[in-house]
Design a protein around this ligand. Structure first.
Ligand code: NAG
Length: 386
């Protein structure tokens, strides 16, 4: 009798401790801009997966969930390694000091994309890295402090998945030595996705990519895109494949992101995507930040800092408003609800972009606010900051 009372007492105290912890696990804040209204797992109790198998199944199932990562979940080796024929693309003229070879995904090595002078080589890669963990609808995935790390595998929000929040998670080490080694977060055929205070590093392919299907409303806020790599497609220690926003008339807000040590696609835009890029900090980019050369992309860039960015805008075959002057920026008020804010430039090329005919696309939508351009983004973006 006495024994069972003690057992009951200890069960109660364990529960209280768990409940006490749960109260501290929650999505912090709400998104600004296009993904306004996202609720993720909503009021589902937050739970910590026991390991990579449970994390995989909780992300993919059709239950509304709040999934908490309080440590590193390492997928490296969990699906074995693949050895096959890949290539050394023409861009890799730096094998001695770290270039990027390629996996032959989508016939990339043989369809001309790898450039003239491409050679076939053997590639060996971690199989888990090349395909992301499927994420279903109504999920919040959140990290504790700076401890929520997913190593060796990314996330894929697709097949109609809606209403997903990814906050305070570091995704790293997806076969960084290989082009097509893996995408950190891929979204394709989705709606209402908010990626906030995440970090991406040592990724083989895209750090963030919207696929060809409609991804509808997306907000990318306060993330750190860290392009430092020993395997650079541009042979200079910087990652080329940053952010690719194609799709089908997607709406993307990019606010407060710190995008550094990249050399291209930071971001590339296509698929008639409407982008509001506000208060981001683009730092140390040896190639281009925006590439609007895929046609159809529509971009307002305001209140951003470009510091040591060689080419802020590579090409504009869509429409681009680069908030060129206080006088010109007043035009934003009628459609974005505020006069656009000047961008700031240090040791960088010019942004340009004076198209205004598309600004009416913003009318009636939820638009992120704009502050003065500031490098303080470097200390607020990324994991462990909320
Ligand atoms: C997601 O949540 C919404 C609102 O509760 C619900 O209508 C919908 O069926 C859920 N989706 C899935 C796939 O469970």
């Amino acid at each position: 009798m006495k024994f069972s009372i003690l057992a009951l007492g200890s069960a109660i105290s364990v529960n209280a401790a768990v409940l006490g912890q749960r109260a501290t696990y929650a999505v912090v804040g709400k998104p600004e801009g296009f993904a306004t209204g996202v609720t993720g797992g909503g009021s589902a109790a937050c739970q910590i997966p026991s390991g990579i198998a449970q994390l995989k199944s909780w992300l993919a199932d059709s239950t509304a969930r709040c999934i908490v990562l309080d440590k590193e979940f390492n997928f490296k080796g969990s699906e074995g390694t693949t050895k096959e024929k890949g290539c050394r693309p023409a861009s890799n003229k730096c094998p001695g000091n770290g270039g990027q070879d390629a996996i032959n995904k989508a016939s990339w090595c043989t369809n001309g994309n790898a450039g003239a002078g491409v050679t076939t080589i053997d590639v060996t890669y971690d199989t888990a890295g090349v395909s992301g963990l499927l994420v279903g609808s109504n999920k919040s995935l959140i990290g504790v402090g700076a401890k929520g790390v997913i190593r060796g595998k990314g996330l894929r929000i697709a097949n109609g998945a809606k209403n997903v929040i990814i906050q305070n998670i570091h995704i790293t080490e997806l076969n960084p030595q290989y082009i097509w080694g893996g995408d950190a977060i891929a979204v394709d055929g989705s709606d209402l996705v908010w990626v906030d205070h995440c970090k991406f590093s040592l990724i083989g392919r895209q750090m963030f990519v919207l696929g060809n299907g409609a991804s509808n409303r997306v907000t990318l806020s306060n993330n750190e895109f860290d392009g430092n790599t020993k395997w650079s497609a541009t042979c200079d220690g910087r990652h080329y494949w940053g952010i690719y926003l194609t799709g089908s008339s997607d709406l993307v807000t990019m606010k407060g992101n710190y995008i550094h040590h990249t050399s291209g696609r930071s971001p590339k835009i296509g698929g008639n995507t409407l982008v509001h890029a506000v208060n981001n900090y683009f730092h140390d980019n040896t190639g281009h930040a925006f590439d609007n050369g895929a046609s159809g992309g529509k971009v307002v860039a305001e209140g951003n800092v470009f510091q040591n960015v060689k080419t802020p805008l590579l090409e504009n075959k869509g429409q681009f408003f680069g908030s060129p002057s206080t006088g010109a920026n007043a035009v934003c008020s009628a459609n974005l609800g505020h006069a656009c804010v000047l961008n700031s430039f240090g040791s960088s090329g010019a942004l340009g972009g004076t198209d205004t005919g598309f600004l009416s696309n913003f009318k009636g939508k939820t638009i992120a606010k704009a502050s003065a351009a500031s490098t303080s983004v470097a200390s607020t973006a990324g994991v462990g900051k909320i």
